[in-house]
Design a binder for this molecule. Structure first.
Ligand code: MD3
Ligand code: FE
Length: 201
């Protein structure tokens, strides 16, 4: 039901219906499709992304930041769907975060072979707010390190329908995602989508 992995880090296994949230995501993609952004170093990111909410996380050769508009269209990101907001709020509440108000949802798509190398999330204004992560489709190993780069990781398998809640002292920990595992849920057998809901502003 709720597994505490570290102080402030919780796994809620099979908390939501992956197919339902996949449908919600698909409705956003006409307005804001997945795309591969550039890293500040000029390389194409392996993970494709889009956003919804008041602001969205973007990357280009000028750096990482939150933007109120989609750089593809120069128009606002699609609004956060009410069903996503209430799912994230109920997950946060289950883990003791009583008034989570995410204004941003980063949607990452992992194709076979793509991974996310270890990094910290530090583009948000208030690190006391948790981050809620929803996994859809194929499984992947999530790796959680400490406050410093390197060292040994805790490996967490993230399956379709799982929610991870990150807060407290782990909020600035390094973390990454390994290549997809060879499972294949019927509604999404070819990749993995991760939604990360944050209070960025
Ligand atoms: C642990 N995404 O987009 S979300 C990211 O599966 C990112 O797409 C991963 O890391 C994914 O930045 C994992 C879970 C997550 C988000 C923020 C964290 C884990 C975190 C901040 C601190 C520690
Ligand atoms: Fe991250």
């Amino acid at each position: 039901e709720r597994e505490c992995l570290q102080e402030g880090v919780y796994l809620l296994p099979n908390f939501f219906d992956g197919q339902e949230v996949l449908h919600i995501v698909q409705q956003l993609l006409d307005q804001a499709p997945f795309r591969h952004m550039k890293t500040p170093g000029g390389r194409r990111m392996a993970v494709a992304l889009t956003n919804c909410g008041t602001v969205g996380w973007i990357s280009d050769t000028k750096g990482y930041r939150y933007s109120p508009t989609d750089p593809l269209t120069n128009t606002p990101w699609p609004p956060m769907p009410a069903a996503l907001l209430s799912l994230a709020r109920s997950a946060a509440e289950k883990c003791g975060y009583e008034d989570f108000r995410p204004d941003s949802c980063l949607i990452n798509r992992y194709d076979p072979g793509s991974a996310l190398s270890p990094h910290q999330d530090r583009n948000e204004n208030d690190f006391s707010q948790p981050i809620i992560s929803l996994s859809i489709g194929r499984s992947a190993m999530f790796q959680l390190y400490g406050q410093e780069r390197g060292g040994k990781a805790v490996n967490i398998r993230l399956n379709d329908g799982d929610i991870l809640v990150f807060g407290g002292p782990a909020r600035l920990n390094f973390h990454g995602v390994r290549r997809l595992l060879p499972d294949a849920p019927a509604h999404m057998s070819d990749g993995r989508i991760n939604l990360t809901l944050r209070q960025a502003l």
